[in-house]
Design a binder for this molecule. Structure first.
Ligand SMILES: Nc1ncnc2c1ncn2[C@@H]1O[C@H](COP(=O)(O)OP(=O)(O)OP(=O)(O)O)[C@@H](O)[C@H]1O
Ligand SMILES: [Mg+2]
Length: 336
């Protein structure tokens, strides 16, 4: 049975074993539950699963259950009939109907309310559902794939996730190991990202010095592949030389691997606020938008790191709504 991992890179034993399981599961209609810390590649894996399935020419419909306000999620999933609620001026199909014949990807399923979980269970068991305000059941032929970075067994124990749904979803569990457990894959990924970003920016390929490689391997990557990818993109913009040296690595990595960070204005945490001035923008060859983007990105990343990728918490730390956070992540393509 062959399986093409698409753009998914991984040569460590953990990923190879996973690819073997996916090769067997992809052509079936089994329900799959993908788990793994934030940024480990859950979405990429689900897309690879769909494109290796018999449904590959049919729709792949992702929905992020944590990004859509609770009141709207049911109608997003199942659609609604005209007049079902105040703004329902016309009938509209939901994602399940749009996915008919294909795969629906219920991302962040751990965020779903119990009342909706029952309705997902019904689709799994009876292959039918009802639009909001609808009078009759509709049938669909949809493969359900779900993902979460929560520990669903723990959620079941604490009563936040239905046990019956958990077992129905967890027919084929696929767990993506954190990047820190993938050994040399860190370097494989880093080099592939550098190639991609340097190409895109039309600059000579950046290489990694032996010391930089060693430090990248020693770092714990709490934000996993996404953190590595963003970091390589940053290097492709900010690194002036042809090789990435220790001096180019952020303080966070150096501290963690037990090295004293050199004093550098760009990466050093400012003591109190240092308001940027036009001169700073000019020195860095940046416009206002680039600058604000980088500031925002740094704060987003820090909040996600502080919360180990738990978006509710990160949003709280930043004082923004969870849905706003997810919009921002989407814009950076850190999110579907
Ligand atoms: N094995 C891999 N090879 C290449 N790129 C990868 C790999 N794993 C993840 N990525 C890249 O890392 C980023 C994050 O991956 P993805 O969005 O699939 O993670 P996730 O587990 O769904 O994260 P979250 O829990 O935050 O939603 C994406 O840009 C993805 O393309
Ligand atoms: Mg995801």
């Amino acid at each position: 049975m062959s399986f093409s991992a698409g753009t998914m890179i991984g040569n460590c034993q953990g990923l190879r074993d996973l690819f073997k399981v996916i090769a067997k599961v992809a052509p079936t209609d089994s329900t799959v539950l993908v788990t793994g810390e934030s940024g480990t590649g859950k979405e990429l894996l689900v897309r690879a699963l769909h494109s290796n399935s018999l449904r590959k020419d049919k729709p792949f419909v992702p929905i992020n259950c944590g990004a859509i306000p609770k009141e709207l999620l049911e109608s997003e999933l199942f659609g609604h009939e005209k007049g079902a609620f105040t703004h329902a001026i016309r009938s509209r199909p939901g994602r399940f109907e749009l996915a008919d014949g294909g795969t629906i990807f219920l991302d962040e399923i751990g965020e779903m309310e119990l009342s909706l979980q029952v309705k997902i269970l019904r689709v799994l068991q009876e292959k039918e559902f009802e639009r909001v305000g609808g009078a009759g059941a509709k049938k669909v032929d949809v493969r359900i794939v779900a993902a979460t970075n929560r520990d669903l067994e723990e959620e079941v124990r604490t009563g936040r996730f239905r046990e019956d749904l958990f077992y129905r979803l967890n027919v084929i569990p696929l767990h993506l190991p954190p990047l820190r457990d993938r050994g040399n894959d860190v370097l494989l990924l880093a080099e592939s990202f550098l190639r991609r970003f340097c190409d895109k920016k039309n600059r000579a390929l950046l290489t990694l010095t032996p010391k930089a490689r060693e430090l990248l391997l020693g770092y714990s990557w709490p934000g996993n592949v996404r953190e590595l990818e963003n970091f390589m993109e940053r290097l492709s913009i900010l690194c002036d030389n042809d090789a990435v040296t220790v001096d180019d690595l952020p303080e966070k990595i150096l501290r963690e691997v037990g090295m004293d960070p050199p004093k550098r204005t760009a990466e050093a945490a400012p003591a109190g606020f240092v308001w940027p001035m036009i001169k700073d923008l000019r020195d860095n060859n940046m416009g206002l938008k680039d600058f604000l983007d980088i500031v925002e990105e740094r704060l987003l990343r820090e909040a996600l790191d502080m919360s180990s990728g738990v978006k509710n918490q990160a949003a709280e730390i930043l004082g923004i709504k969870r849905t706003t956070l997810i919009e921002k992540l989407k814009k950076r393509q850190w999110e579907e």
